[in-house]
Write a protein that binds this ligand. Structure first.
Ligand code: COA
Length: 194
């Protein structure tokens, strides 16, 4: 790990994509308007707003990681995408980070959710995944009121999601041949989590 991290774990230097983030002072732009942190351009889109080349890049990144890299044959295009919001992070014209949020009740009745959290392998371990999830949770916190968020986390990331206030629920289970654990986040990020 290189570079100093701030309280969100962001790296202040060392990786070219993030080199000026710590001093940029830039905030998240309103949804649907792209925002930049150093050379990463972040954008939220509904499915209908997602340009076809961005959709293709998202499916390509998702499949290359969740199907090929993790060696799991499963249906990535699962029919939920038209109901989701999609967060893309581009650097130098390449999609390097992606996630989607699921509206209330789509993952499970009574919960919001998000998933397909992915960072391109060439850009990992420099803080982009933490920024991606921070942005996902900022968005969900704006719209969810008191409705909790439930996710099915790969077990190796349990501590990562704990650092965002998620609490594990039950025992690990196998999903698509990979160990997962259900995690829930309640009312607020830094305070008590119900
Ligand atoms: C998970 C993933 C998005 C993290 O992206 P990233 O840009 O490398 O993440 P960051 O650099 O912001 O690191 C954030 C934290 O993630 C966790 N993490 C990342 N890679 C990890 C690994 N291989 N093992 C355990 N924890 C890991 C750590 O808690 C890390 O914090 P630290 O650097 O302080 O230890 C990325 O590794 C990825 O795309 N993995 C494949 C897809 C996947 O498994 N997605 C999750 C589905 S639930």
């Amino acid at each position: 790990m290189s570079g100093a991290r701030d309280d969100l774990g962001r790296v202040s230097a060392a990786h070219p994509v993030l080199a000026s983030r710590a001093t940029s002072g830039q905030q998240t732009a309103p949804h649907d308007e792209p925002s930049r942190t150093s050379s990463v351009t972040w954008a939220w889109s509904s499915f209908a707003q997602l340009p076809v080349d961005h959709l293709y890049a998202a499916l390509n990144l998702r499949e290359s990681i969740f199907v090929v890299e993790q060696d799991v044959p499963y249906l990535d295009a699962d029919g939920r995408d038209p109901h989701c919001r999609h967060l893309t992070g581009f650097a130098d014209g390449q999609l390097i980070a992606y996630s989607r949020t699921l509206p209330k009740d789509l993952f499970e009745p009574g919960f919001f959710s998000f998933g397909r959290v992915v960072v391109h392998p060439a850009h990992r371990r420099v803080g982009i995944g933490r920024e991606l999830v921070t942005r996902v949770l900022d968005h969900l916190d704006e719209i969810r009121g008191n409705t909790p968020i439930k996710i099915s986390s790969q077990l190796y990331l349990e501590n990562f999601y704990r650092s965002f206030g998620f609490v594990s629920n039950g025992e690990p289970y196998i999903e698509d041949r990979i160990l997962h654990i259900e995690m829930v986040r309640g009312l607020c990020r830094q305070g008590a989590v119900s």
